[in-house]
Design a protein around this ligand. Structure first.
Ligand SMILES: Nc1nc2c(ncn2[C@@H]2O[C@H](COP(=O)(O)OP(=O)(O)OP(=O)(O)O)[C@@H](O)[C@H]2O)c(=O)[nH]1
Ligand SMILES: [Mg+2]
Length: 435
C-alpha cells in the first residue's frame, strides 16, 4: 500500500505525425530503357487520441510524459509502393477527464463515459507519387508531392472530482483522520464538528492499482432538507463505487453508531436510488477508546443490525487501517472489472480524415525589396506550395514557377522595378532575374 499525489491537472503537447512524401521514381525493367513513372504515395502520419479508461483514477500516468508525438508516415517508394502509415498514439485517461485547448481555454471534449475516444491531433496526409502526375504533356514526370504536417496543440487535461470510495459519516467521527492516514491528503483535523467544509481527495495505491478516496463532509440527518452542509456534496458520491460509512464506535460523544449509520443511509436514499444501491462497508473508528471485549461486542452488534461488513479501526494507533484499505481496494477493483476494459481497448478507433489542404491555383503574390536591393516574393500560398512541391525535382520546380507566373510574378517584379541580373528570393531560394 502506497500513497500518491492526486494529479488532477496536466498540460501536454500533442502532435500528429507528418505525412510521408510521394516518390518520383521510374520503372526499371530489363530491356526497357525508359520505364514509366512508378513512384507510390507517402503514408499518412499517425494520429493522437485520448481514451477514457475506467482502470485509471488520476492523471498520474499521463503526467509522466510532456510530449506525445505520433509517428510520421513513411515515404512512398518505387513500384507504386505506398509508404506505411505512422502509428497512432492512444493516451489513456481516467473517465471524467475534461480536455481543453491551452491557448483558447475552449473545451474540446468531456470524456465522461468509459471507452469514449477523442482525436486531439490528426496526422498529415501522405503526398502523391509521380504516377498521379502522368499526362500527355508530361510522360516522365519528375515530380511528387510532399506529405502535410500533422496537427499540433497544447492541451490542458483536467479531472473532474471523481472518487472511487466516498467516506461519509457524522461530523467528528474521524473521516479526515482516516483519509490522512491512508493517503497524502492533508485535511484539517479537529475535535469539533464541521471541521471539514469541502470534500478532500486522497489517492491510495495498492498492488499498482490507484484509487481515489473522498472525505465527504457535513452529511447529517436532515441533509436533504438542508441541515449541516446539506447534500451539496453528494453528487461527488454519485460516481464512486464504494461508500464507506465511518462511525464512532466508542460512543464517547454520546453517538449511537447504529442510529448514525441508519440516518446517513436514509439521506443517501433520499438523494438517489443509485446511491443507496452502491456497495457499502462500515468503518468502526475510535476503537482505541474501548476495551477489546466491549469493542468485539459492539462490532458484532453493528454487523448484525446492519448486515454490512464492519472494520474496527483507530486512526490514532493505526489498528485495522491496513485491513480496511485492502478491502476497499478489492471492492474497487472488482467493480472496475465489471466494465470490460479489454473490450474498450480492443475497440477499433475510427480515424477522421488526415490533414490535407487543397491549395488554390490562383493566389495573391506580394513583392518586397530588402535593404540589399533584392526582391522577395511572399504570400501564404507561395509558402504552402513550396512546401507541397519538392523543389529539388525538375518538374516540381517547373510546376512551382508555372504557378507563380500564372499569378503574375513576372509582371509584378517588373512593376517593382526589377532589372536583369537582380536577385529574387522565393521560398528561401535565390534566383537571378533574366530578361
Ligand atoms: N481516540 C481517537 N480519536 C480519533 C480517532 N480518529 C479521529 N479522532 C479524533 O476525532 C476528532 C475528529 O476527527 P476528524 O478526523 O476531524 O473528524 P471528521 O469526521 O473529519 O470531522 P468533520 O470534518 O468535522 O466532519 C479529532 O479530534 C481526532 O483527533 C481515533 O481513531 N481515535
Ligand atoms: Mg473532517
Amino acid at each position: 500500500m502506497r500513497k500518491a499525489d492526486f494529479i488532477d491537472r496536466v498540460i501536454i503537447y500533442v502532435k500528429g505525425g507528418k505525412g510521408g512524401d510521394g516518390s518520383a521514381s521510374f520503372r526499371h525493367e530489363k530491356y526497357v530503357p525508359k520505364g514509366g513513372p512508378d513512384g507510390g504515395d507517402g503514408g499518412n502520419g499517425g494520429f493522437v487520441f485520448l481514451r477514457a479508461n475506467p482502470e485509471l483514477s488520476t492523471l498520474l500516468t499521463v503526467s509522466e510524459k510532456k510530449k506525445y508525438i505520433a509517428q510520421n508516415g513513411e515515404n512512398g517508394k518505387g513500384s507504386k509502393m505506398h509508404g506505411k502509415n505512422g502509428e497512432d498514439i492512444i493516451i489513456d485517461v481516467p473517465v471524467g477527464t475534461v480536455v481543453k485547448d491551452f491557448e483558447s481555454g475552449e473545451i474540446i471534449a468531456d470524456l465522461d463515459k468509459p471507452g469514449m475516444v477523442v482525436c486531439v491531433a490528426r496526422g498529415g496526409r501522405g503526398g502523391r507519387g509521380n504516377v498521379h502526375f502522368k499526362s500527355p504533356t508530361m510522360r516522365a514526370p519528375k515530380i511528387s508531392e510532399r506529405g502535410s504536417e500533422g496537427e499540433e496543440r497544447k492541451l490542458i487535461l483536467e479531472l473532474k472530482l471523481l472518487a472511487d470510495v466516498a467516506l461519509v459519516g457524522y461530523p467528528n467521527v474521524g473521516k479526515s483522520s482516516f483519509i490522512s492516514r491512508i493517503s497524502n491528503a492533508k485535511p484539517k483535523i479537529a475535535e469539533y464538528p464541521f471541521t471539514t467544509l469541502i470534500p478532500n481527495l486522497g489517492v491510495v495505491i495498492v498492488n499498482d492499482t490507484q484509487f481515489v478516496v473522498a472525505d465527504i463532509p457535513g452529511l447529517i440527518k436532515g441533509a436533504s432538507e438542508g441541515a449541516g452542509l446539506g447534500n451539496v456534496f453528494l453528487r461527488h458520491v454519485e460516481r464512486c463505487t464504494v461508500i464507506a460509512h465511518v462511525v464512532d464506535i466508542s460512543g464517547i460523544e454520546g453517538r449511537d453508531p447504529i442510529q448514525d449509520y441508519c440516518d446517513i443511509r436514509k439521506e443517501l436514499e433520499f438523494f438517489s436510488k443509485d446511491l443507496a444501491e452502491k456497495e457499502e462497508i462500515i468503518i468502526a473508528n475510535k476503537a482505541d477508546l474501548l476495551s477489546e471485549d466491549v469493542l468485539k461486542e459492539r462490532v458484532e452488534k453493528l454487523k448484525k443490525e446492519t448486515g454490512k461488513e464492519v472494520f474496527p479501526t483507530s486512526t490514532i494507533t493505526g489498528q485495522g487501517i491496513k485491513e480496511v484499505t485492502y478491502r476497499l481496494y478489492e471492492l474497487v477493483k472488482t467493480s472496475k472489472k465489471l466494465v470490460d476494459t479489454r473490450e474498450i481497448i480492443n475497440e477499433k478507433i475510427k480515424r477522421p480524415k488526415p490533414v490535407w489542404k487543397n491549395l488554390p491555383e490562383r493566389f495573391p503574390i506580394e513583392i518586397k525589396k530588402d535593404e540589399d536591393g533584392d526582391y522577395i516574393v511572399t504570400g501564404t500560398y507561395v509558402e504552402e506550395w513550396a512546401k507541397r512541391l519538392n523543389l529539388n525535382q525538375k518538374d516540381g520546380m517547373r510546376r512551382f514557377m508555372e504557378l507563380l507566373n500564372k499569378n503574375g510574378l513576372d509582371e509584378k517584379l517588373r512593376k517593382a522595378g526589377v532589372k536583369d541580373g537582380d536577385t529574387v528570393w522565393v521560398a528561401g531560394r535565390a534566383f537571378e532575374f533574366r530578361e
